[in-house]
Design a protein around this ligand. Structure first.
Ligand code: SF4
Ligand code: SF4
Length: 136
């Protein structure tokens, strides 16, 4: 059993298709939805953790791709712009998982570790420099 975090991007004509239903029913996968933005007249985004045997996950994701939904296994929804970050530290106490953290104590430099991010989006409103934003 493995768990993969995957970002699905739906074109306008696909936002009402029951992709998650098929992943659960037809491929026996456990799908944990982190965050979604689906509106009928717009493109949609769905960020999920998919758990199951590796081969079933691969088959399920192939089904999603064949349904014309983009599957991104390396991107997440939270954007952190290192160039805008001043390492002010304002976000550190608001990040529940330590995804935003001090990566260099001597320089007090802040860094971002995407696999730890749970997409709570708390950092966006507390960052005075706009270094944190959301893809959707
Ligand atoms: S979205 Fe939440 S978990 Fe992710 S970096 Fe921001 S505060 Fe941390
Ligand atoms: S609040 Fe913004 S600028 Fe300050 S350390 Fe966090 S990400 Fe960087």
């Amino acid at each position: 059993m493995i768990t993969k975090r995957v970002l699905f991007s739906f074109p306008k004509d696909m936002v009402e298709k029951p992709i998650v239903y098929h992943l659960v029913k037809d491929y026996d996968l456990v799908v944990n939805i982190f965050r979604a933005r689906i509106t009928p007249e717009d493109e949609g985004f769905l960020l999920v953790d998919v758990t199951g045997p590796e081969d079933r996950i691969a088959e399920g994701l192939a089904f999603v791709r064949a349904a014309n939904v983009a599957v991104n296994e390396s991107e997440i929804g939270l954007r952190w712009d290192e160039g805008l970050c001043t390492s002010c530290g304002n976000c550190l106490t608001h990040c529940p998982t330590g995804a935003l953290k001090i990566v260099d104590r001597a320089a007090m430099k802040v860094g971002f570790e995407p696999p730890l991010c749970v997409e709570c989006l708390s950092c966006i409103s507390v960052c005075p420099f706009g270094a944190c934003s959301s893809l959707f």
